[in-house]
Design a protein around this ligand. Structure first.
Ligand code: AMP
Ligand code: GLY
Length: 422
């Protein structure tokens, strides 16, 4: 098979590494890819949002499957674009339809989806400019922290948690006034849930499902979970506190009703559902759905998956996912993300990276990197993920930490305390 992966981060490098191990994969293309994906296939410099360019590539290279890494092309309807084009409709796209992707693309949509089937999640209300005053009155009687969420996609920045009612009212007005553009024309105000987060990844064909390894990521820039939110600074899998009892609750109350709900609501969904969860008093609640895999969670989830991923995805596309059995390594995997100094705020690019050859006992997944002549240079905020295995997460982390010190570039930053709360 000829396979095309859309995206160019650490998640997509991990997909490329895994897909390339399958005997079923003949030619692999990654668009746009990065300096790391080249080792597993051919990079093609087009944007996943340029559907016409993706179409041309799919036809020129006789592509048999498209795996969509990031959410933006899914929310923009790349699945539907393929389905509605006579020349493309035979090519399976791994990912939901635009309607299905609303689980991530609209907080109000996902809250209503959950409410309809009593899937445990924080209580909420939604407001627009027309109900601004009601929203302000509502906030007035809340006990902080106040959770404000832009309805639409806001590059991971659309959630604000405020410890002060006056500040919350100001931010709420600013959001409805276009702080996040069209994404915050509608704002969801949620009850604050106090607990510890983890994530479950479900592969579904809209009828059957399979659960991939569980993971936990670390989103804040600073040690001890302090400072600004990032895309993710590291991850571990499995998550020690997620035992069988908790996982059974997740399955019964969340995974099964979610998959059933996709069918009930006629959401065409053949892809990954990333369920962000929080444990409060040993009960699981949904924080959010994403319509794709996580980054850097993928960097620990796929390395623990022992199945041939192409087999699984072919089964998914053919509606045979229910016949598959997931095999997961007993080993723990951890990843540490090296980032550019300044990230998640302004940072510089183009820093020459060295030390790759010194790392022999971690997997290196490139995120924001680029090949320039014979050098690899930084090309983003999140630069490189170092994934390691161990008998438990501590043993794995010792390797990731040791190797994080061996890769060098100007203003390198990373967290040395991933897993500190486990
Ligand atoms: P989201 O984009 O919805 O995942 O939110 C980003 C982050 O905000 C989550 O990973 C949580 O850490 C936090 N968060 C979101 N919703 C809540 C909530 N209702 N209660 C507490 N924390 C939340
Ligand atoms: N690491 C969180 C995400 O991919 O959304």
């Amino acid at each position: 098979m000829n396979i095309l992966i859309l995206g160019g981060g650490g998640r997509e490098h991990t997909f490329a590494w895994k897909i390339n191990q399958s005997p079923r994969c003949k030619n692999l293309y990654i668009a746009p890819g990065n300096a790391g994906t080249k080792a597993h296939g051919t990079n093609v410099d087009i944007s996943p949002m340029d559907f016409e360019a993706v179409k041309k590539l799919a036809i020129d290279k006789d592509i048999n499957m498209v795996i969509v890494g990031p959410e933006a092309p899914l929310v923009a309807g790349i699945y539907d674009f393929f389905k509605n084009d006579a020349a493309l409709q035979a090519i399976p796209v791994i990912g939901p339809s635009a309607k299905g992707a609303q689980l991530e693309g609209s907080k109000a949509f996902s809250k209503a989806f959950m409410a309809k089937r009593n899937i445990p999640t924080a209580g909420y209300r939604e407001f627009t400019q027309a109900t601004l005053q009601e929203g302000l009155d509502y906030i007035e009687q809340l006990t902080p922290p106040v959770v404000l969420k832009a309805d639409g996609l806001a590059a991971g920045k659309g959630v604000l948690i405020l410890n002060d009612v006056a500040k919350a009212k100001m931010e709420f007005s600013a959001m409805l006034d276009g702080k996040f553009g069209a994404a915050s024309e509608k704002v969801v105000i949620e009850d604050f849930l106090d607990g510890i987060e983890f994530s479950v990844f479900v592969l579904t064909d809209g009828k059957d499902y399979q659960v991939l390894p569980i993971a936990k990521d670390y989103k804040r820039i600073g040690e001890g979970d302090t400072g600004l939110n990032t895309g993710g600074m590291g991850a571990v899998s499995p998550v020690p506190f997620v035992d069988e009892v908790l996982m059974q609750k997740v399955t019964d109350r969340i995974i099964i009703p979610t998959v059933k709900g996709l069918a009930e609501d006629e959401l065409d969904y053949k892809g990954f559902v990333f369920i962000g969860l929080i444990r409060v008093d040993n009960e699981p609640y949904v924080i959010e759905y994403n319509c794709r895999m996580g980054d850097p969670e993928t960097e620990v989830v796929l390395p623990r998956l022992e199945n041939d991923l192409v087999e699984l995805l072919v089964a998914l596309a053919e509606g045979r996912l229910g016949e598959q059995t997931i095999q997961i390594s007993e080993k723990a995997a951890t990843t540490i993300m090296l980032v550019s100094g300044g990230y998640p705020e302004a940072y510089e690019k183009g820093k020459v990276m060295t030390g790759f050859e010194k790392v022999t006992d971690s997997l290196l997944f490139h995120a924001g990197t680029k090949q320039v002549n014979d050098k690899v240079v930084t090309n983003g905020g999140r630069v490189l993920a170092l994934t390691s295995f161990g008998k438990d997460f501590k043993a794995a982390l010792a390797l990731s930490n040791k190797n994080a010190a061996l890769i060098d570039f100007d203003k390198k930053n990373y967290r040395t305390d991933i897993g500190f709360d486990l």
